[in-house]
Design a protein around this ligand. Structure first.
Ligand code: UTP
Length: 296
């Protein structure tokens, strides 16, 4: 069955306060992970899952994001003149990666508010949301699996990951029921960042969603929640509890995921991705071993 889903929405308008001062004049989604900005990994993931229409929700410092997915004429001409074909290809790669669109969020009033800004562009069809600072390792499958389930169930599909119960309070957390599929659960309730020790499970929401367009009306009627922000989790809770538009299911992800908005996770992401790289791994691995020996 052909997928009805063609559009990806990538919110990238957060203030990135955990990464200040690096994010004072630059969105955290532009921070390099090895040698590519985080956002490019996310757009590449959307494209790999068959989504070629990408809407970025941008904030104050949108210029760098827009420039990254556009031609860099002077730089390209310079590399061409030098005959530096390898680097030229790297630079050009992001120019035509997807059909890119941009909308400003204005005040960053939360993820739910950011998603609501995509309403005009998305229209009345299911769509994917990928958080611009959340990386899923390209060797592991998630988004295409979620789209497959959306096509099958005609419901909202969120991505869940089992986390250590000690850290569940840092996430949106789902109350779940088993389904016939080992990697799919039915979501009956959700709570955004529950007080420590009160999480209903250790199934945490991670930054991939395949949403029904009904979410827009629900978001419109969602009051600010945690942090006085309009929370996508709260809108999904309403959908799950009232079983709107097929309800909410979770695909349980057991692969590698990096939250590049968090400084420690960001460092881990760079190391993990760099050791696997053909151009960096062979030199980095022995150095890492040597270095870690000095830590004992
Ligand atoms: P985060 O909560 O990680 O972003 O939102 P933040 O608010 O920038 O983080 P800190 O705590 O201040 O460091 C997850 C994703 O949602 C986007 C962010 O850009 C990020 O990709 N977002 C968040 C928006 O687009 N708008 C918002 O109002 C909030």
């Amino acid at each position: 069955m052909a997928s009805r889903i063609t559009k990806a929405v990538i919110p990238a308008a957060g203030l990135g306060t955990r990464f200040l001062p690096a994010t004072k004049a630059m969105p955290k989604e532009m921070l390099p992970v090895v040698d590519k900005p985080a956002i490019q990994y996310v757009v590449e993931e959307a494209v790999a899952a068959g989504l070629t229409d990408v809407l970025l929700i941008t904030g104050r410092n949108k210029t760098a994001l827009e420039n990254h997915f556009d031609r860099a004429t002077e730089l390209e001409a310079n590399l061409e003149k030098k005959g530096d074909v390898d680097r030229l290809h790297k630079v050009e790669f992001s120019n035509d990666l997807a059909d890119m669109h941009y909308v400003r969020q204005g005040d960053p009033r939360g993820l739910g508010h950011a998603v609501l800004r995509s309403r005009m562009h998305v229209g009345n069809q299911p769509f994917a949301v990928l958080l611009g600072d959340d990386l899923i390792d390209e060797r592991d499958v998630l988004l295409s699996r979620m789209i497959e389930e959306q096509n099958k169930r005609d419901a909202t599909i969120i991505a869940l990951m089992e986390v250590d119960p000690e850290v569940a309070h840092m996430y949106g957390v789902a109350t779940i029921e088993a389904t016939g599929s080992p990697d799919v659960v039915r979501v009956t309730d959700l709570v955004e960042k529950p007080a420590q020790g009160t999480a209903p499970s250790n199934y945490a929401i991670i930054g991939r969603y395949v949403l029904q367009p009904d979410i827009f009306d629900i978001l419109d009627n969602t009051e600010p929640g945690k942090g006085n922000e309009i929370q996508l989790t709260d809108a999904l809770r309403t959908q799950a509890k009232n079983n709107v538009a097929g309800g909410v299911y979770g695909v349980v992800f057991r692969g590698r995921r990096y939250d590049t908005g968090d400084r420690l996770d960001y460092i881990k992401a760079i190391v993990q991705l760099a050791v696997e790289r053909e151009d960096l791994g062979p030199e980095l691995r022995p150095w890492l071993k040597e270095f870690s020996a000095t830590l004992e």
